[in-house]
Write a protein of this length. Structure first.
Length: 571
């Protein structure tokens, strides 16, 4: 039976309005006719609903039900042999053969009211139903301190709205520690006036339930959330469970941290790198129950201030059991919550976190650049059984990651990666304004860190620069909103092009079909023949239109103009 994850140990995931296609192999010994049905109900309902399953082939049956409410649904399959249906089937054969059916009619009379013995599948499975924004969203990351704080972010909302993003993601807004504060470009020692990293959380002004005074007040924060909501933008908040040495937790609860033999608290390390400005929590402390309860209350605190979406920093370095308990507890009370896992780590660990409850997950998209890499990876995340629980969110850049493709590919590379992220994936995001202004200077050769990274200093951004990609990004988000095919991942299909520098793929939702062709060569024009059925195509980026009459169609794209087509297909 499917869908199920690890034999039902973990739930599958859907968004409101989605269909859950349930399939099962249902058969018995002998030749009796078999019937099957699905049973389903919302967790808060007392009565089960049933739907008959349809026979497909080779003892395989299927039916689907629609999830209409947030929370969890339960479902299972029931099958049985139907003696009356068997009799009816055989009777038709006897009639067709002109046999005497007198006795058979008497047998049928006896069978008509015979009770059916239905056998359920041996377990009940679950599906978590999230908001639509869990399946289809566009994220935009900004550092409030570079825009005058929280009130300044209110002034930036029209810009974010114009770009077409519906999630505005803020790095931690908590007080920044001073002890061992990092300087510009991640310098070990800060200079006077250096603002430090927002991820070094906690000072005399408070910890995870406080706001950095230079950003404003809770009144300012609440005002930002309210004003964003008026524009259909949700505020996502970064939750990083780690502390500056100045965090109140360090003095009030030293038992929550790991002590070194010399009595000092263990700071964060990724040898040979040292992060003296950060103390990690000890999730295996004997005082784990009080620690877990306090960390869960951090989420609850910000939910109380209107935050429904959380980006969680490095969840793979925290206890799996904590996340399973914490997210389930929170979503039981607040099923509308969305959790994005920032775990750039080994695949099985990333998938485990998704199973444990994370709604969306960062991916390896940043490091998949060739046609083969993109085709292989996106086929995996959209076609493999892991799609039942692993929802990818694709980012071409983050404050931590400036891939060499962007460093050396210039403006065409930024266009290519934006088009790929926005059309290959229903969930994507960018770190801006660094992306639309094509910030691409690394700290040093071979590094994926930005020179003068906004993580450690304030930045001044000229949003009206004539070379900004803002108009392109805005157009991409309009195309995404107007075409349901781009609001789902599972229909993705790659198409053959006889040039490895060109990649072509399509998505479809009923009669809405989108075909995307991208030139992956950021320096040279490329052309080739794409295998695609006869149709009319309209380029939603450039406005051109063509009629394709054969099964092979010519395309040519130049990085010096626009290296991508986003076609709406009419057959």
């Amino acid at each position: 039976m499917r869908p199920q994850v690890d034999g039902g140990r973990y739930p599958v995931k859907r968004a409101i309005g989605d269909e859950v296609l349930v399939e099962a192999d249902v058969f018995t010994d002998g030749h009796d006719a078999v019937q099957a049905e699905i049973l389903f109900k919302h967790e808060k309902d007392s009565e089960w609903q049933t739907l008959p399953m349809e026979f497909r082939q080779n003892d395989h049956w299927a039916a689907s039900f629609r999830v209409e409410k947030l929370g969890r649904y339960q479902y299972t399959v029931r099958g049985w042999t139907d003696a009356y249906l068997t009799w009816q089937r055989d009777l038709e054969k006897r009639k067709a053969a002109k046999q005497d059916i007198t006795v058979d009619l008497l047998i049928g009379k006896e069978l008509e009211d015979k009770p059916l013995e239905k056998l359920p599948y041996d377990r009940t499975l679950e599906v978590v139903v999230d908001p639509v924004r869990a399946r289809f969203s566009a994220w935009y990351e900004m550092f409030p301190r570079s825009f005058g704080g929280l009130r300044g972010m209110v002034q930036m909302l029209p810009y974010v709205e114009r770009l077409g993003f519906d999630v505005l993601y803020l790095p931690p807004v908590h007080p920044v520690g001073t002890t061992a504060r990092k300087g510009k470009n991640n310098a070990v020692s800060a200079q006077p006036g250096d603002v430090g990293s927002p991820w070094a959380i906690g000072s005399k002004d408070g910890g995870h339930k406080a706001i950095e005074p230079s950003l404003g007040s809770f009144e300012d924060f609440d005002f930002l959330v309210a004003e964003a909501s008026k524009k259909n933008i949700q505020i996502a908040l970064d939750i990083a469970f780690q502390c500056s040495p100045d965090h109140p937790y360090v003095k009030e609860h030293p038992e929550w941290f790991r002590a070194r033999p010399d009595g000092t608290i263990q700071y964060a390390e990724n040898p040979p790198k040292k992060y003296q400005d950060i103390y990690p929590f000890d999730f295996e402390t004997p005082a784990w129950e009080s620690l877990w309860a306090e960390l869960k209350s951090v989420f609850e605190f910000w939910v109380g201030h209107g935050v429904k979406i959380f980006r969680v920093d490095n969840p793979h370095t925290k206890a799996f059991a904590f996340w399973e308990w914490c997210i389930k507890e929170l979503k039981t009370e607040h099923p509308e919550l969305i959790f994005l896992s920032e775990a750039f780590t080994r695949p099985r660990v990333m998938h485990k976190l998704a199973k444990l409850g994370f709604t969306q997950s960062y991916t390896y998209f940043t490091w998949r650049n060739t046609k083969h890499e993109l085709t292989e990876y996106f086929t995996e995340v959209t076609s493999h059984s892991s799609r039942e629980y692993f929802r990818p969110n694709f980012w071409p850049n983050t404050p931590d990651i400036l891939h060499e493709a962007l460093q050396h590919g210039g403006r065409p590379a930024f266009i290519v990666r934006a088009v790929l992220a926005a059309t290959l994936a229903a969930n994507y995001g960018i770190y801006g304004p660094a992306y639309e202004l094509q910030e691409r200077t690394p700290r040093e050769p071979g590094s994926e860190e930005y020179l003068h990274s906004e993580k450690y200093e304030l930045k001044q951004w000229d949003l009206e620069r004539p070379d900004s990609l803002a108009p392109l990004i805005s157009r991409l988000n309009v195309i995404r909103r107007e075409n349901r095919a781009l609001q789902f991942d599972w229909s993705l299909q790659f198409h053959h092009v006889d040039n490895d520098q060109l990649i072509a793929f399509s998505k479809r939702d009923q009669d809405n079909e989108i075909l995307v062709v991208v030139n992956l060569d950021v320096r040279n024009p490329q052309s080739g023949w794409i295998s695609f059925p006869p149709c009319t195509v309209v380029d939603l980026l450039s406005g051109g239109h063509w009629t394709w009459s054969g099964g092979r169609n010519y395309v040519e794209l130049s990085p010096h103009t626009l290296p991508a087509h986003v076609f709406r297909v009419t057959r």
